[in-house]
Write a protein that binds this ligand. Structure first.
Ligand code: GZL
Length: 368
């Protein structure tokens, strides 16, 4: 009910403003702002000005955030990004629920937010389906939903999505591997994949993108099993792989850094060498700080970033909604592809030349 009153007050304020020749209208993010501009947004704390007159007057904006869980370094950074931006000092009351990778718990958290009549709901969906019913309930309750990171594929009843193109990440890893293998004179690729949480759009996209290149190049994908985006999961799958495919693989693709950390432990224990100076090319995704440290140590051959710092862009969406505007439906984060000079090669994605970033101490220090 508070939101509807707020909307009327805002409309009245804007109408008076326009009559007085003060202009008005919502500050919508530039519709065609390229990712670089979008990711140039000042740090969240600099952007923490109240979202609208009501917030300036101290009217707190309440937000319910149903987070995937706490499975990875990436997740920790994603959670911190939201907690830093949607703080009490910035005019927000954030109800945070760690759904512990449990989809039923996540749906329950969203329904509880509806009962609490929050102003906005943020969801990072554990899996991409099963959402239309609860999003309809949010719509009926008049609560705008903002989806971050992973996508919802069975409903569009949300105001905006802020995240990454996961298939592009998979394509980048595949195209890089093709170019790197050529540089190293490797003619045959026998790859093992440790995928993310089954049904997560990040897993679906990365698997799809890498598989597309593998099919085109005639590579052998010997196996793909889920490590659930965790270090323990990555280690368990890699231990199994080291037994089942001993001496038969020369590439391991881990769909996030934490799985790759576990795979390293398993390969160490099995006497398998990896990285720039090893027998196995080790590819990872996320490029968290600890992941880039493994690149710098020549243990990861390359790391394909997925940017977790969505909260400043989510705040822009909320500010637009608060002022009566319509936000862009999709906001893409900027990603980088990381390696050391030995593994920096030229490659393109669908004809678009890609730039690789050298991992240095400064790059590591600046990472999330
Ligand atoms: C990707 C994100 C994934 C990360 C993992 O956007 O959803 O989930 O790649 C995380 O680290 O667990």
């Amino acid at each position: 009910m508070k939101k509807k009153v707020l909307g009327v007050l805002l409309a009245a304020t804007m109408a008076v403003g326009m009559l007085a020749g003060c202009g008005g209208g919502s500050e919508e993010p530039a519709a065609d702002a390229p990712a670089e501009e979008a990711t140039e947004a000042p740090a969240a704390e600099e952007e923490a000005a109240p979202a609208d007159d009501s917030a300036a007057a101290g009217d707190t904006i309440t937000i319910g955030f149903a987070q995937v869980g706490h499975e990875s370094d990436w997740r920790t950074a994603s959670t911190k990004s939201c907690q830093d931006v949607f703080s009490a000092d910035n005019g927000y009351d954030l109800s945070f629920v760690d759904c512990d990778n449990d989809s039923a718990a996540q749906l329950e958290a969203v329904r509880n937010f509806i009962q609490q009549d929050v102003d906005y709901i943020i969801i990072d969906p554990i899996v991409s389906t099963g959402w239309d019913t609860v999003l309809t309930e949010c719509e009926d309750a008049g609560i705008p939903v903002i989806v971050i990171d992973r996508t919802i594929d069975d409903s569009d009843k949300y105001a905006a999505w802020v995240g990454s193109n996961f298939k592009t990440e998979g394509l980048a890893a595949g195209e890089w591997l093709k170019a790197y293998a050529e540089k190293k004179g490797i003619s045959e690729i026998n790859a093992l994949v440790i995928s993310g949480t089954t049904g997560a759009s990040a897993q679906i996209g990365r698997s799809e993108g890498f598989q597309e290149i593998a099919d085109r190049e005639g590579w052998n994908i010997l196996d793909e099993q889920t490590g659930d985006f965790t270090e323990d999961g990555g280690q368990a799958v890699m231990e199994s792989y080291c037994k089942s495919y001993a001496g038969k693989f020369n590439v391991v693709v881990c769909q996030n850094d934490n799985e790759a950390f576990g795979a390293m432990t398993a390969m160490d224990n099995a006497g398998v060498t990896y990285g720039l100076d090893g027998d196995v090319i080790l590819i990872s995704f996320d490029a968290c700080t600890a992941g880039l440290e493994k690149v710098k140590a020549r243990q990861f051959s390359a790391d394909f970033e997925c940017n977790p710092l969505a909260a400043p862009f989510v705040e822009e969406v909320i500010q637009t909604l608060q002022s009566g505007g319509t936000p862009e439906k999709e906001v893409y984060m900027e990603e980088h592809w990381f390696a050391l000079p030995d593994a920096i090669v030229d490659f393109s994605i669908d004809g678009a030349a890609q730039t690789m970033t050298e991992v240095t101490d400064d790059v590591i220090a600046a990472q999330y």
